[in-house]
Design a protein around this ligand. Structure first.
Ligand code: CMC
Length: 376
């Protein structure tokens, strides 16, 4: 029998030129550039160009790419009509999954998956999805939709459509850093999902929809909401010690810690920690940062020896809260960014496709006699 690796740990299932992870040393690079350098110096638009083209753009290339995104900020009118029909108490991730899927209904050629068509669809989906999230949030608050402002960058425009006013430069930059740091991450579960779906030569909408479903899980992108729930459960920083040790004693997981690949601190967590502390100070949320830091200290003492450290979701919770996002929009924020990684991987898959079709080790019985129902 072929060797079975539970959870596919250590199995190489694709080749990519997009992101490189060294889990032992806490390294993440996009196309060879350290994530910290991109977080400090790049923009989300430039980072997406880098991931999709495997090189940094010239100014003219970046301008053209940015214009392409801005021209597609508005989703089809039919999708916005669907937003109005969503139950107001629906969870945003379920709405997002449903409405990204619905984008296919307004594409005259939804199944086209030659590489140029896939690139065009990827751009349109990435550009239009922020409006879907913002429109749903406004719909459930009973507010009118705010049309996109094409003079604004991706992050600034999302915050404008959500809140009806332009964010400060500092808030827009903070949001952009979150978008940069979440854009791609090797063959994580949702990216694998997207590659598996497109490998049947299905379509980009199906691949993105399936990936959103995967991301929602609390072991994956849903962990950032779990972190915030935990921070809210702690009335003060003094409770962190008992809270964490009790959870560990009961074999419960602490959300925002641990990773299949990183056995040292996730470099995205380090970037977001710096950002979270600054934002917490600026917005009067130091209690959240201090609770997070206290949890990290207890975890460091208790489980760092097992290679369990903060992951990207841990400090992104404080960051998103300080930016003013509601708890149930945290995972959709992750999705807005990761659409870039999913579609980049889908394009790579289409460029050199072979159907994903692993196998199972059958561990059940053989040669069992069929028993008629009245004799069972
Ligand atoms: N808190 C406490 N113990 C943990 C944690 C944690 N967060 N993560 C792993 N462990 C322990 C686990 O209990 C197990 O211990 P033992 O060997 O004694 O049974 C050991 O570490 C191995 O855990 P595992 O679940 O088998 O490891 P995995 O590689 O399958 O899982 C993980 C990786 C991310 C699912 C897991 O660390 C986890 O559930 N973390 C919490 C959820 C989370 O933060 N997810 C976000 C991941 S990063 C961003 C993303 O992908 O979206």
């Amino acid at each position: 029998m072929p060797e079975f690796s539970k959870g596919l740990e250590g199995v190489v299932a694709a080749e990519t030129e997009m992101s490189f992870i060294d889990g032992q040393h806490g390294v993440l690079e996009y196309v060879g550039i350290a994530i910290g350098d991109l977080a400090r110096s790049s923009t989300f638009e430039e980072t997406v160009y880098l991931l999709w083209n495997k090189k940094l753009p010239t100014q003219a290339e970046l301008d053209a790419f940015t214009k392409g995104l801005r021209d597609n900020y508005d989703p089809p009118a039919g999708v916005l009509e669907l937003v109005k029909n969503m139950p107001k108490d629906a969870q945003p991730m379920h709405v997002l999954r449903t409405l990204v899927s619905s984008l296919a209904l307004f594409d005259p050629n939804p199944n086209a998956n030659d590489v140029p068509a896939a690139r065009e669809k990827a751009l349109k989906i990435l550009a239009a999805t922020p409006a879907i999230v913002a429109a749903f949030d406004r719909h459930r608050r009973g507010e009118k939709f705010v049309p996109a402002d094409k003079s604004l960058g991706f992050s600034e425009n999302f915050m404008y459509m959500l809140n009806g006013e332009k964010p400060t430069a500092a808030m827009a930059r903070a949001f952009d850093i979150c978008m940069i740091t979440h854009a791609d991450h090797g063959l994580n579960n949702s990216t694998f999902t997207a590659r598996v779906v497109i490998s049947t030569l299905s379509d980009l909408y199906s691949a993105m929809t399936a990936a959103i479903g995967s991301l929602r899980g609390p072991l994956h992108g849903g962990a950032n909401e779990g972190v915030m729930v935990m921070l809210n459960e702690l009335e003060s920083v003094d409770e962190a010690e008992a809270y964490v040790t009790n959870k560990l004693k009961n074999k419960d997981k602490i959300m925002g810690f641990g990773h299949r690949v990183y056995k040292s601190k996730d470099p995205r967590a380090s970037e977001l920690q710096t950002l979270a502390r600054q934002l917490a100070e600026d917005t009067g949320n130091m209690d959240l940062y201090e609770k997070s830091h206290a949890i990290e200290e207890v975890m460091e003492r208790e489980v760092a020896s097992k290679g369990i450290y903060p992951n990207v979701d841990f400090y992104s919770a404080t960051t998103y809260h300080c930016i003013g996002l509601k708890l149930d929009l945290f995972t959709p924020m992750f999705a807005l960014s990761r659409l870039a990684g999913w579609s980049g991987h889908v394009i790579e898959q289409l460029e050199d496709n072979r159907l994903y079709r692993p196998t199972t080790n059958y561990v059940g019985p053989h040669k069992v006699a069929y028993t008629p129902i009245e004799k069972r």
